[in-house]
Design a protein around this ligand. Structure first.
Ligand code: GLY
Length: 276
């Protein structure tokens, strides 16, 4: 459980450029609605006790709201990723400064210039990592993740037809994987189950975007019943022991974004200084 306890979250506000220039836009984005949905998400993170650091919107980076891709923070260490798409490469610069200077975390860089790694491909179960080999993350990126966190097993999982591994499965609690019912998601889950060092239960949802949830401090943020009624009902039935909070996120979905994409969650242990 402690793996899913956090003290801080980093988020980034939505720039005007998001509306037209974010990657993978599938239908027209209502910018005002996107900002409203994002504000509710940030409010929910605050409600679950997180100290939220809100980065200003960066017009030069239309996808900057999707902060998850820029760093992997685990066990008090931050690995700065190497996003694959040229329009996103430089998003890591600001994130590095915040992690280093504001949160005072030890920061690890990826030295292999052939590596690509995005946080959306990194699933941490609390006990081990799975890393999606996707159009955005390659084997060198997966190796960099394994080197940065040698204390945990790290298993690459080849994925097809989805932006990231976590576009189709995420943790919905300790040892519980929430997975979409789409064939590619089932294939990815099979690979995970075959290679895993530990055992997991699963909750299967009919809506692929609803399979991306955020579990933090005993609260499960999930896509709302207004957006995905069947999936929300299943979560309410199966995971009623957690506090569930439904979120509307349609305007992030239109640019292939999910709930987890919009935050980096961090547990910062408090060191007692000068106690002698
Ligand atoms: N629009 C999110 C991404 O493609 O990275």
């Amino acid at each position: 459980m402690s793996a899913f306890r956090y003290t801080h979250a980093i988020v980034c506000r939505i720039p005007d450029s998001y509306k037209s220039n974010a990657l993978g836009i599938t239908s027209p984005i209502d910018l005002a609605k996107a900002r409203k949905q994002h504000e509710s998400y940030v409010a929910a993170l605050r409600e679950i006790g997180l100290d939220v650091i809100e980065l200003p919107a960066d017009e030069t980076h239309p996808d900057c709201v999707f902060v998850e891709d820029t760093a992997v923070v685990c066990n008090g260490t931050a690995l700065i990723t190497r996003p694959c798409h040229p329009s996103r490469e430089k998003e890591v610069d600001y994130m590095r400064t915040i992690l280093k200077n504001e949160l005072e975390l030890p920061v690890v860089e990826i030295s292999d210039k052939s590596a690509t790694l995005e946080g959306g491909d990194v699933l941490f179960t609390g006990k081990e990592f799975f890393v999606g080999l996707s159009n955005r993350t390659n084997e060198a990126g997966a190796c960099a993740l394994a080197s940065a966190f040698p204390e945990f097993p790290c298993t690459p999982i080849k994925i097809d037809n989805h932006l990231h591994l976590k576009s189709m499965l995420t943790m919905a609690g300790p040892d519980v994987i929430c997975v979409a019912s789409a064939p590619e998601a089932k294939d990815a889950l099979k690979r995970i189950e075959r290679e895993a060092t530990f055992r997991y239960q699963t909750v299967t949802l009919p809506d692929t975007y609803a399979s991306n949830v955020v579990f933090a401090n005993g609260v499960l943020l999930h896509r709302s019943g207004d957006e995905y009624p069947e999936s929300a009902k299943i979560l309410e039935e199966k995971l009623s022991h957690w506090t569930l909070k439904g979120m509307d996120f349609s305007e992030m979905e239109k640019a292939d974004g999910c709930l987890s994409c919009c935050s980096i969650l961090i547990r910062k242990t408090r060191h007692l200084k000068n106690i002698m």
